[in-house]
Design a protein around this ligand. Structure first.
Ligand SMILES: Nc1ncnc2c1ncn2[C@@H]1O[C@H](COP(=O)(O)OP(=O)(O)OP(=O)(O)O)[C@@H](O)[C@H]1O
Ligand code: SF4
Ligand SMILES: [Mg+2]
Length: 361
């Protein structure tokens, strides 16, 4: 049994990854809660996952499910929020980061781990040119002069599809359009060939051609440097194309995870069924394409008791073996390396998927 499977069963994550086949990134029981005037916001509430070198983990889930806060936690950037309460473990290449000296974590950012932020403005300083910021990011990790670093910045701007990169390198972030700023930020994240790249909605603001270009760039990084990638996206098409493993988040928790192929071909949680059902289908008429999940995401302050998906789940009233609705379902193994947090019996899950859900997708 892998360390992650042990963690899913509630067994302690005792030590740093040590075996050769162990993960480059191991997150164990990560919790990030924010103290606010309205109460404690449980944005991330006990999330565990692994990412191997050269592999991509896709994280999906509705808006507000805790995807970005999870990634900020891995990067150690939750520390900028003074109201954040953090627990759990984040092991990156054998080093635990949650309890580490903030200066050590800062030094790891850039080369060891880098992030493409959902909001490009939050990642770029308004008073410095785009080029100066990429040059600075590069020189922190490379002992080269400014001229060499500037050449590298221009090359990166070119690779993310910015026209006339030798001129745009001297522009300020506000002189870039939204899509261009997103690309410049991606150039900055990739300039040091990071060993772990977290891409938070990297292609949302971009048109399809540029989107394909950026995904290719991330693939190249993986191929050349064996980087581990976390891809956060609303676009299940991107996940299907890029991810080796998949983690589905709901209300700050992981409700299903496993090999992407397996989760796509035999999902075992009603929320994942809903996500797949809401995926646009090019082979259907416009009216048949979108079937959004009814109801709204749960409050992260007053999370519903029992299963957080309960108020929206069409199967909430189905009789389950010896469990009451007030008990929260934990992740249980529903296939090899495939875990889901739902009280249904295996027979119920398989029957409903095969007879009711799959034929309609
Ligand atoms: N500093 C903070 N203080 C209080 N609540 C916060 C803070 N940062 C994030 N949250 C809350 O945590 C929850 C999870 O936010 P997060 O940004 O991770 O969602 P997400 O899954 O990335 O959503 P989206 O798909 O819209 O990007 C949200 O309800 C958000 O309001
Ligand atoms: S535990 Fe119950 S409410 Fe939650 S997803 Fe499963 S069937 Fe639906
Ligand atoms: Mg987000």
């Amino acid at each position: 049994m892998s360390k992650l499977d042990k963690a899913a069963l509630g067994e302690p994550a005792d030590s740093a990854p040590s075996d050769a086949d162990d993960a480059f990134l191991s997150v164990r029981d990560l919790r990030i809660h924010f103290k606010t005037d309205d109460g404690l916001v449980k944005s991330v509430d006990g999330v565990s996952f692994d990412v191997q070198r050269g592999k991509t983990l896709g994280i999906v889930g509705e808006s507000g499910s805790g995807k970005s806060v999870t990634s900020l936690g891995v990067m150690g950037l939750h520390r900028s929020a003074t109201n954040a309460r953090v627990s759990g473990e984040v092991w990156l290449d054998g080093q635990e980061l949650i309890g580490a000296d903030p200066d050590d974590v800062r030094r790891m950012r850039g080369r060891k781990m880098a992030m493409i932020f959902q909001d490009p403005l939050s990642a770029m300083h308004p008073y410095y040119t785009v080029g100066a910021q990429i040059v600075e990011a590069y020189r922190v990790h490379h002992n080269v002069n400014k001229k060499v670093a500037r050449q590298r910045a221009i090359e990166m701007l070119d690779r993310v599809g910015i026209p006339e990169p030798d001129k745009r390198v001297d522009g300020y972030p506000h002189e870039f359009s939204g899509g261009m700023r997103q690309r410049a930020m991606i150039a900055m994240a990739l300039v040091n060939n990071p060993e772990l790249l977290i891409a938070d909605e990297p292609t949302t603001a971009l048109d399809v051609t540029v989107q394909a270009q950026i995904l290719d760039l991330i693939r190249d990084l993986q191929k050349e440097f064996g980087s581990a990638v976390i891809m956060i996206t609303h676009d299940l098409g991107v996940v299907a194309e890029m991810a080796d493993d998949l983690l589905v988040m709901y209300g700050g928790r992981c409700i299903e995870r496993g090999a992407a192929e397996e989760v796509f071909s035999a999902p075992r949680h009603p929320y994942t069924w809903g996500l797949l059902g809401s995926m646009p289908r090019l082979d259907r008429e416009e009216t048949e394409r979108l079937n959004p999940i009814k109801g709204s995401p749960p409050s992260l302050i007053n999370v519903p008791s029992g299963c957080a998906f309960n108020p929206r789940c069409p199967y909430a009233d189905l009789p389950k073996d010896n469990v009451t609705r007030t008990v929260r379902p934990e992740l249980t193994e529903v296939g090899s390396g495939h875990w889901a947090a739902c009280h249904m019996t295996q027979e119920q899950r398989e029957r409903i998927w095969t007879e009711e859900i799959a034929p309609k997708l």
